[in-house]
Write a protein that binds this ligand. Structure first.
Ligand code: TXA
Ligand code: MG
Length: 352
């Protein structure tokens, strides 16, 4: 047991579940949640840190365990899209989206009902609703009988966890249980949209892309905060947009240039400084194998997305002074990768 702070000396149970047929273990995790405890569990995007979303005290424990600012609202997770009725005011577009993308990596912000305490939504009159596709997450939520508030299961500000080891690193001693259900397939958090009638504003890009949303919603507008830094006096549409995210300990710099120019820059950098490099698989043979982290093939955005957060965590275990990575393209799932990487880099882009 790790003692992180005087208040955090919980005996954290690890519950390994490889299949939903392990009903006793699903029941155990659900029962801890139903009794006001905190349980981290896998979803198809990232691991979530769950608590009963209808129990104010349980949800408050999430903020304490993560060190999360209390004005940053939580997503509530349901096992059936129709359960949104209990907690939010739905509309026709919500059901169109549910038919197309749920269960799956999409979160929809809707006007909230009183069944969700305002401390869960950071005082906002809206609530974010998501129905995860991961069978273990879905089974635990269903068995608990309530909506489960779940942010990503990392310490606030650090990269989201994509496997149980990451959660163990951040949350051991702080929460009641961690369900180990293997690696999260997508590796980046869900797409978040806010609905205005049948139109959507994209607040966080994810695996449900703009093009896919455009097939279902009348209009899709991308919030400027998805790709740009928000100004100090701006009130963002989503409170989470104003906080630094996904930050490794060493500074991350994103390289903008042709692949040849990036490789030439990285070769010089390896001779001049103690740098860590997140590179494409094809580039491994062109660089010295020192603090080098391959993140997938150049054209494989899915692989790069699924490896990003573990690569940032791995970079932190190496003794580099600076981390370099390619600036991704903003197309399709690439927009989600771009959004996470520019935030991890605090918008530091270097033209090469
Ligand atoms: O994939 C995911 O969405 C993961 C898994 C665990 O489901 N969850 C996740 O939660 O990424 P979290 O708390 O790390 O990110 C939720 C984001 C935050 O930036 C928060 O500000 C925003 O959603 N959010 C939540 N409720 C909101 C609301 N009512 N209005 C605007 N933004 C909201
Ligand atoms: Mg998060």
């Amino acid at each position: 047991m790790v003692k992180l702070k005087r208040n955090f000396i919980l005996e954290t149970q690890i519950i390994t579940i490889s299949d939903v047929s392990e009903t006793e273990k699903i029941k155990k995790a659900a029962s801890i949640l139903a009794h006001g405890g905190l349980v981290a569990f896998p979803t198809e995007t990232v691991y979530g840190l769950g608590a009963d979303a209808t129990d104010e005290n349980a949800a408050k424990k999430i903020y304490a365990a993560k060190g999360r600012p209390s004005d940053n609202p939580l997503i509530i997770h349901i096992s059936d899209p129709a359960d949104a009725e209990k907690y939010a005011i739905t509309n026709e577009c919500y059901y169109r989206l549910a038919k197309a993308f749920m269960p799956g990596p999409l979160t929809v912000i809707l006007p909230k009902k009183d069944t969700i305490p305002s401390s869960v939504t950071g005082g906002l009159d809206s609530v974010a609703v998501r129905c995860p596709a991961h069978p273990i997450a879905n089974a635990i939520i269903k068995e608990s009988g309530v909506a489960i508030a779940a942010p990503s299961a990392n310490i606030s500000g650090s990269p989201s966890p994509t496997c149980a080891e990451h959660v163990i690193h951040d949350m051991m001693g702080r929460i009641d249980a961690i369900v180990d259900g293997g690696a999260s397939e997508i590796g980046l958090e869900s797409t978040i949209i806010k609905l205005d009638g049948n139109s959507a504003i994209l607040l966080r890009p994810g695996a449900v892309t703009c093009d896919a949303l455009s097939c279902v919603c009348d209009k899709v507008e991308v919030s400027h905060a998805v790709t740009e830094e928000i100004s100090a006096n701006e009130r963002p549409l989503s409170p989470g947009m104003k906080y630094r995210h996904y930050a490794p300990t060493s500074p991350l710099v994103l390289l903008d240039g042709d692949d040849d120019c990036v490789i030439a820059f990285l070769r010089r950098a390896q001779n001049a400084e103690h740098c860590t490099i997140l590179c494409y698989d094809e580039e491994v043979s062109h660089l010295r194998f020192e603090r080098l982290i391959p993140v997938g093939a150049k054209d494989d955005i899915e692989a790069q997305s699924s490896k990003l957060f573990s690569a940032l965590r791995e970079a932190d275990t190496l003794d580099g002074d600076i981390i370099y990575a390619h600036l991704p393209k903003k197309e399709g799932l690439g927009l989600a990768l771009y959004n996470r990487m520019i935030r991890a880099a605090a918008h530091t882009i270097k033209k090469v």
